[in-house]
Design a protein around this ligand. Structure first.
Ligand SMILES: Nc1ncnc2c1ncn2[C@@H]1O[C@H](COP(=O)(O)OP(=O)(O)OP(=O)(O)O)[C@@H](O)[C@H]1O
Ligand SMILES: [Mg+2]
Length: 277
């Protein structure tokens, strides 16, 4: 299967400091592709290039055959690419439901008749649109098991739940490609198991393509089908989890961290598939 996204020779620098150097990698179509690497490797910078927040100095980012370089973030969102952020970027005083509705409005604005005059002229269709929007958000709330907190303001939720809402907000945009920047950081063990279940179901049931930055290497070994490792702005390895953990440059980059975990046997169901409780 062709990759959904292909980065070719991406370079990025800030004031002469090279942050990404000639990075080429691909993202599986309807699969889970993980991006790993020590702090400062350039993982978030790479996501920012894909999302149009940073413009690489060289290279191409091919999404379903089109080059994304130079397109503004809004246009990239319209093409079906959504992301969650490493640092929470929810609207703190809006409820969970409202945060998701706002995300959909950003994604689909312009696709429907809008504005005050149009609303007056097309009242019926606008009303139907509003109902459809709420139903779409409710499906996402169901999926992420956020029903009990849907009316709670984002800043009143515990940190782990806010991270899940950030993930849900990206999914409310109905992306074909989802970019996740460390959705697992700061989560408890139980919350990480929930996260793993959501990732697997999105991949298997919703057929989403996922590029997932993650520091928890055990989770990566359990869930990812393809892994790319970055170090000091360069790609140092690509392959299956089992292949990547054996690459000397990867082991070298992680020296000082815990020993690299191994991948489970591929015929056994990954641990997080088992539902808790
Ligand atoms: N806007 C910017 N201006 C200057 N330097 C930047 C900017 N954004 C990122 N950098 C630098 O680029 C390098 C890579 O940063 P990045 O945030 O991509 O790392 P990361 O792999 O996501 O690390 P972490 O695991 O800690 O999140 C760092 O040295 C960082 O200081
Ligand atoms: Mg980062």
């Amino acid at each position: 299967m062709n990759p959904i996204l292909e980065l070719q020779g991406i370079s990025l620098s800030f004031g002469g400091l090279a942050v990404l150097r000639d990075v080429s990698l691909d993202v599986l179509h309807q699969g889970i592709t993980a991006l790993i690497g020590p702090n400062g490797a350039g993982k978030t910078a790479l996501l920012n290039c894909i999302g149009g927040i940073y413009r690489p100095g060289a290279g191409r980012i091919l999404y379903q055959g089109q080059d994304l370089v130079g397109r503004p973030p809004g246009e990239i969102a319209h093409l079906g690419i959504a992301r969650s952020f490493q640092n929470l970027e929810l609207f703190p005083t809006l409820t969970v439901t409202e945060n998701l509705l706002v995300a959909r409005d950003r994604r689909f604005r312009g696709a429907w008749p809008g504005g005050v005059l149009a609303a007056a002229a097309f009242f019926g269709s606008v009303r139907r649109r509003e109902i459809a929007e709420r139903e779409a958000v409710e499906r996402v709330i169901d999926f992420f098991e956020l029903w009990p907190v849907r009316q709670v303001r984002a800043h009143d939720l515990p940190y782990g739940q806010q991270k899940i809402v950030g993930f849900a907000r990206a999914m409310a945009m109905e992306p074909a490609l989802l970019l996740l920047d460390e959705p697992g950081s700061g989560l408890t063990r139980d919350e990480k198991e929930d996260l793993a279940r959501f990732l697997l179901r999105l991949r298997h049931d919703w057929k989403i393509s996922i590029l997932w930055i993650e520091h928890d290497l055990q989770m990566v070994m359990d869930l990812a089908e393809r892994v790319h490792a970055l170090h000091l702005g360069q790609r140092i390895a690509s392959g299956t989890p089992e292949e990547v953990r054996r690459v000397p440059a990867v082991i070298e980059a992680y020296i000082g961290e815990e020993s690299l975990p191994s991948a489970p046997p591929r015929d056994a169901p990954p641990e997080p598939l088992r539902r808790r409780g």
